[in-house]
Design a binder for this molecule. Structure first.
Ligand SMILES: C[S@@+](CC[C@H](N)C(=O)[O-])C[C@H]1O[C@@H](n2cnc3c(N)ncnc32)[C@H](O)[C@@H]1O
Length: 285
């Protein structure tokens, strides 16, 4: 299997603007979504000696956490399509020799056969053009009775840190329409029935999709301006603005309106907003 053309747009996206922004804001992103990754790791049930695959591992945070959990007798393989994010992951690896980071497309490239006791992912599974093929590939790489755990976003309407800044910007500039619900992207697993259909079709069993809500520090902390800078660079607002046509004047108006919607959430630790995710687990029957 090596049909990278199918994910070409996502591969280009994560190797260009998105990849460099996720590297630049790695520490802030890890602080924002760390608690959500922690919930996923608890559901994964990692133990000493496990062989772990981290799908869409990005800059490596959950792979490195998993390495500490499986210890020196275990292994962790982080897989991602983004060369700049993998470079950051390797730079953070230190002396953890049980971890390796591999550049590969989880949908199209061979991941090995029956190798992994655990497969984990923090927001790394929503970008496949053919999710059933991707999860079939993942299942083939899982050991018998292997366990999969991932965290993905629920709807934007339940995640005001995503929806409110975009609505505020839309008052000043024409934004592109939201992509179709099942298009590869951060919201493509918001519908739990779609997730269940995909995992079923890929041959996974014991599928559980559990609501998880947690307050998160948007942009990892700081004042309103810091948070707005973050949202202009990473996440749904930055994506919406990527193809929008705006000048310095409308940019200032957008900033002011985004500040207004964030202000009620400002606390001494930063802008803290509710985040709504699914924690999904399944096993290789
Ligand atoms: C939202 S980021 C999450 C990164 C990381 N898991 C984290 O939590 O910081 C999504 C990641 O999925 C990766 N990705 C997208 N499509 C992929 C594919 N087909 N195969 C492997 N990784 C992919 C991206 O390059 C990106 O690193």
């Amino acid at each position: 299997m090596n049909d990278q053309a199918t994910n070409a747009d996502q591969i280009a996206f994560w190797n260009a603007k998105a990849g460099s922004k996720w590297v630049e804001y790695q520490a802030q992103l890890d602080r924002q979504i760390g608690v959500l990754g922690d919930a996923m790791l608890r559901a994964a049930g990692l133990g000493a000696g496990h062989r772990v695959l981290d799908v869409g591992c990005g800059c490596g945070a959950t792979a490195l956490q998993a390495a500490a959990m499986v210890g020196a007798s275990g292994t962790v393989t982080g897989v991602d399509v983004s060369a700049p994010m993998l470079a950051r992951a390797r730079a953070r690896q230190g002396g953890l020799s049980q971890v390796q980071f591999v550049e590969a497309d989880v949908q199209a490239d061979a991941l090995g056969a029956a190798l992994y006791d655990r497969v984990i992912s923090r927001f790394g599974v929503m970008f496949f053009t053919d999710p059933v093929a991707a999860f079939r590939n993942v299942r083939a790489a899982m050991a018998p009775k292997g366990r999969l755990a991932f965290v993905c976003w629920r709807g934007a309407d339940e995640n005001p840190w995503m929806s409110e800044p975009v609505k505020a910007a839309a008052r000043h500039v024409e934004l592109p329409p939201a992509p179709p619900a099942d298009a590869p992207g951060p919201m493509s697993f918001a519908d739990p029935e779609r997730v269940r259909r995909i995992l079923n079709a890929a041959g996974l069993a014991a599928i559980e999709i559990v609501k998880h809500d947690a307050p998160c520090v948007i942009g990892g902390g700081g004042d309103l301006d810091t948070c707005v800078d973050f949202l202009f660079n990473v996440g749904p607002l930055s994506r919406a603005l990527m193809s929008a046509d705006f000048n310095e004047q409308s940019k200032a108006a957008i900033r002011a309106s985004v500040c207004d919607v964030l202000r009620p959430y400002l606390t001494p630790t930063g802008v803290v907003m509710p985040c709504a995710v699914w924690i999904v687990t399944a096993s290789n029957a």
